[in-house]
Design a protein around this ligand. Structure first.
Ligand code: HEC
Length: 149
């Protein structure tokens, strides 16, 4: 692999920040074998939680489309208030208010009458997107796929 190309891609990866949680810890091991040393370090606790919230909403989207919601709120999501971020400075007042908004809208879904399920589900997903607009725009195209059209 060309070294220059390699370092340019490395730079691109690092600059895209939270597009993937692991980016900031890219380590080059040994210059002599430049093909194998893109070692990714463990995703942050928050990145894992986010992926879990994604999978959860993907699953309930399917339930709602099938006309029934047979899951309840996962209290694990409350960890958004404490989970360790890749970049701890992301946790500021903005982050806290977006977290609250998200948790409230996610909970509200499970108190919804049947005819409001779609609306409340989309509200929760829009709360994901609101925070991401400010904090971490990379995953937004993926999150938008969760919306029920
Ligand atoms: C309060 C702000 C906030 C809310 C609400 C929020 N996110 Fe995130 N999300 C973040 C931040 C910040 C990161 C980067 C986390 C890190 O790297 O430590 C992130 C990362 C992600 C990632 C990338 C994870 C990875 O593997 O790097 C996905 C996917 C994601 N969020 C989806 C969602 C979904 C789906 C929701 C709603 C169900 C949601 N987010 C709600 C702030 C938020």
């Amino acid at each position: 692999m060309h070294y220059r190309l390699f370092f340019i891609s490395l730079l691109v990866i690092v600059l895209t920040g939270c597009n993937s949680s692991t980016n900031k810890d890219v380590v080059v091991e040994n210059e002599e074998t430049p093909n194998k040393e893109l070692i990714m370090v463990e995703p942050s606790e928050m990145a894992n939680l986010m992926n879990e919230m994604y999978a959860f909403n993907e699953a309930i989207k399917q339930q709602i489309l099938n006309g029934e919601l047979n899951t309840s709120y996962s209290t694990r999501f409350d960890n958004i208030h404490s989970a360790v971020l890749t970049d701890p400075s992301d946790r500021d007042l903005n982050f806290e208010s977006f977290s609250k908004l998200f948790i409230e809208s996610q909970k509200a879904l499970f108190e919804a009458p049947k005819e409001e399920l779609v609306m409340r589900y989309n509200n929760a997903i829009n709360a994901c997107i609101s925070c991401h607009n400010v904090k971490c725009s990379g995953p937004i195209p993926r999150i938008k796929k969760l919306l029920i059209k």
